[in-house]
Design a binder for this molecule. Structure first.
Ligand code: GLN
Length: 195
């Protein structure tokens, strides 16, 4: 299965570097033709309003929507999670982008505020053996509510920091910055099974 990273803006090089450790030839997805080549997609962190605008400009909104609806496995981190969310609570910092409404969660951008924009914290990740996952949170969104279609998969203390809805995963932290491949490997194994 070819893995792709939406490569319009954000921490794309970091994703590609990590993906090269788990698959031979990850695809940097910038066009509908690129999207056709992949069987699973990473939506990176970055600036969600910018990424949304570029998705539109590159003619990717509709093709992406159709692939997601047909069951494309997607691992969305941070800004990626924002773009998949069903609903955004208005953010105190800046405008909110349009979303694919493909993950039954209510999310608020930049909800950890300016004091604690970025931090690291251990994350308990459902089904991962070994120590807690090192969570890297960078101007993270916060998951405010999880609807009936989605289920929590990751927690920082009592707080939900990851959810999934079938083949779609959304995380508020950045596994591509953690030096730990467990989340990538698990996502890939499940994506292959669902293909
Ligand atoms: N604050 C960014 C946004 O709202 C997300 C941050 C990130 O992806 N690291 O788009």
């Amino acid at each position: 299965m070819r893995l792709g990273v939406l490569a319009l803006q954000g921490d794309v090089p970091e994703h590609l570097r990590v993906l090269r450790e788990v698959v031979p030839d990850p695809v940097a997805v910038r066009s509908p033709a690129d999207l056709d080549r992949v069987g699973a997609l990473f939506l990176p962190g970055g600036e969600s309003t910018t990424i949304a605008r570029l998705i539109e400009q590159m003619g990717l909104w509709q093709p992406l929507r159709e692939r997601i609806d047909r069951g494309l496995p997607v691992l969305a981190t941070c800004a990626g999670l924002i773009l998949l969310s069903r609903e955004l609570a208005p953010s105190a910092f800046g405008r909110d982008p349009p979303t694919f409404a493909a993950l039954d969660v209510r999310v608020r951008r930049n909800d950890y505020g300016s004091q604690r924009e970025s931090f690291e914290a251990p994350v308990r990740f459902d089904g991962l053996a070994g120590p807690p996952f090192p969570g890297v949170f960078i101007r993270s969104p916060r998951i405010l509510a999880v609807g009936p279609e989605a289920a929590p998969i990751a927690w920082r203390g009592d707080e939900i920091v990851g959810v999934r809805q079938g083949p779609r995963w959304g995380l508020t932290f950045h596994p591509e910055l953690a030096n730990d491949l467990r989340v990538h490997r698990r996502f890939l194994a499940e994506a292959k099974r669902s293909a």
